[in-house]
Each structure stands twice: as structure tokens, then as C-alpha cells.
Design a protein. Sequence first.
Length: 147
Amino acid sequence: MNFLIQILLSFFSVFGFAVIFNTPKRLILLASINGMLGWLIFYFIQNLNSNFVLPPLIGSLFVGLLGEMLAVYNKQPATLFIIPAIIPFVPGYGIYYTMFHILNNDISNALSTGLESIFVAIAIACGLVVATSLIRIVRPYLDKLFD
């Protein structure tokens, strides 16, 4: 049951942010599916591994690769598919609790949650950079494939 809730919430959260970011109507569904699939990968890796950096890294790598391929196929900017799709990975809870601990003068917990949030953000960025770099290598072949 938790698995189904994860699917639905990830899809609708990406859908909502795609609307907020003015994604063209015909592409909102694709961006939402990209985010949902990326979150499912994140969810499975998180359940298999205790490492907190690996799930956002692999999830954002997948979102970046699929987003870049969707961009080539639809002849649109990749950001339309990638930016809304990475929203579920953003460590909002960690940033919130970092500020909470700072306000309560609990510096050791603030440092711990703050560093974890920074590492997650770096993992997301690295996943997207690697995805973009890989797509640049195979882009000529994708252009021929999707033309």
C-alpha cells in the first residue's frame, strides 16, 4: 500500500510543480511520469541501502537521462522535463530540521542534518551533470533515432 501511495504522491507533486513552472500542457504528463519513475528508483534504492546519498544520486541520474531523451524526442528544452521531476528529491525536511535545531541552539544536530542536506543536494546536482554529459556523447545518435 505504501508503494502505491509513493507512486501517486510523486506523480501529483511533479504534476503540480510542472503546472507552477508553466510547462506546456502537452508535456506535463511526460514530466510527471519522469518524476514518478525517478522517485520509484529513489524509493527502491533507499529501501535496499542505508546510504543517504546513493538514492538521490541514482534517482536524479535517471531523471536527467530520461528528461534529456524526452527533450530530444519532443524537440523541447530538457529543463521542462527535469526541473519539475527532481522536486521530490529536494531535502526540504533536512533543511527544515536544520533551521529547527539552530533555533533551539542544538548545534550538533543542526550540523548533522545540515551536512546531510548539503550532501543530498550535491548528489542531485552530480546525477544531473552526469546525465547531461552522457547525453551529449550520444546526442547525435539520438537525433538520428528520433528523426
